[in-house]
Design a protein around this ligand. Structure first.
Ligand code: ADP
Length: 271
């Protein structure tokens, strides 16, 4: 079988997507990045290929993207995560009614991308200076609250009182603030909802810098957290488009681009 791979070597997680010759998704895989980006990326790719009963030689073209893309040596090419995210969201968003604004929250950054009707990037804005509006904030909060990351989403809806205000503008100070709130007898749900609203309001402020056009697509690992999704929808005042695999949109976009490059090299055009 002929297939194409996209590998998103993120700060926190490595995501692999494989598409078939028609550009339809064959499978995705997510694993922790760790510190050995090349080795862990290779393992992630091999794991997915084995699950799909594919050989490495079936992969006709592979594109790497993401924070650590230069550290993965086996790809045929690499592209920025902005480009790959835009294409992935455009392709997945098509079936969901089309999108013009993409909000991505990753492990250590957050961004908003504005795309045109063909999936081209018109404008983007990125926060990679401060962890407070990123997945890192959620990871730290889960640890302080002695919960699994996956539990934060459900806790958001369990509170009897309104979400607390988390005032700290820095993850390190927020950590002390969370511990202080727990020590003062506040419940985990109110704290967690407060954290989600804090991330959501930062994200909306960031996205407003490029203007928010209708049909907003939300992706990245934190889009798996339904509490954060609810807070972001509330702050935006509109419903978000969430794909089936929000964490692997960028890897999917890289796989779509890999297929396009292969077809172009074969003189077949980007069908
Ligand atoms: P990056 O590309 O920077 O590595 P990702 O888009 O992979 O970032 O997102 C990583 C973040 O996603 C983690 O820091 C974590 O907060 C969040 N995350 C990952 N899996 C889940 C999950 N199952 N539920 C909620 N949040 C998650």
């Amino acid at each position: 079988m002929i297939c194409f791979a996209g590998i998103d070597v993120g700060s926190t997680a490595i995501k692999v997507a494989v598409v078939d010759e028609d550009g339809c998704i064959a499978g995705v895989h997510v694993t922790a990045s760790g510190s050995l980006f090349h080795r862990n990326s290779t393992e992630a790719l091999n794991t997915l290929l084995a699950r799909l009963h594919l050989q490495r030689s079936d992969v006709r073209y592979m594109i790497a993207t993401g924070y650590g893309r230069k550290l993965f040596k086996d790809a045929d090419d690499s592209v920025s995560e902005i480009t790959a995210n835009a294409i992935g969201a455009f392709e997945s968003g098509r079936a969901l009614g089309g999108v013009r604004t993409i909000i991505n929250i990753g492990g250590q950054d957050s961004k908003a991308i504005h795309i045109d009707d063909n999936g081209n990037v018109v404008n983007f804005v990125m926060n990679d200076k401060c962890a407070a509006g990123t997945g890192r904030f959620l990871d730290v909060a889960a640890r302080n609250l002695e919960l699994d990351l996956e539990e934060l989403g459900d806790y958001h809806f369990k509170g009897d009182t309104p979400p607390l205000n988390i005032n700290s503008t820095c993850t390190v100070f927020a950590e002390s603030e969370i511990i202080g709130l727990l020590a003062n007898g506040h419940g985990k749900p109110e704290i967690i909802a407060g954290i989600h609203y804090s991330i959501a309001s930062r994200t909306v402020r960031l996205a407003k810098r490029i203007g928010i056009e209708n049909r907003v697509y939300f992706d990245g690992g934190p889009a798996l957290n339904r509490g954060l999704v609810a807070a972001l929808q509330d702050e935006l005042g509109r419903e978000l488009v969430i794909p089936e695999h929000p964490q692997t949109t960028t890897a999917f976009g890289a796989a779509i681009l890999a297929r396009g490059e292969f077809l172009a090299e074969q003189g077949l055009g980007k069908q």
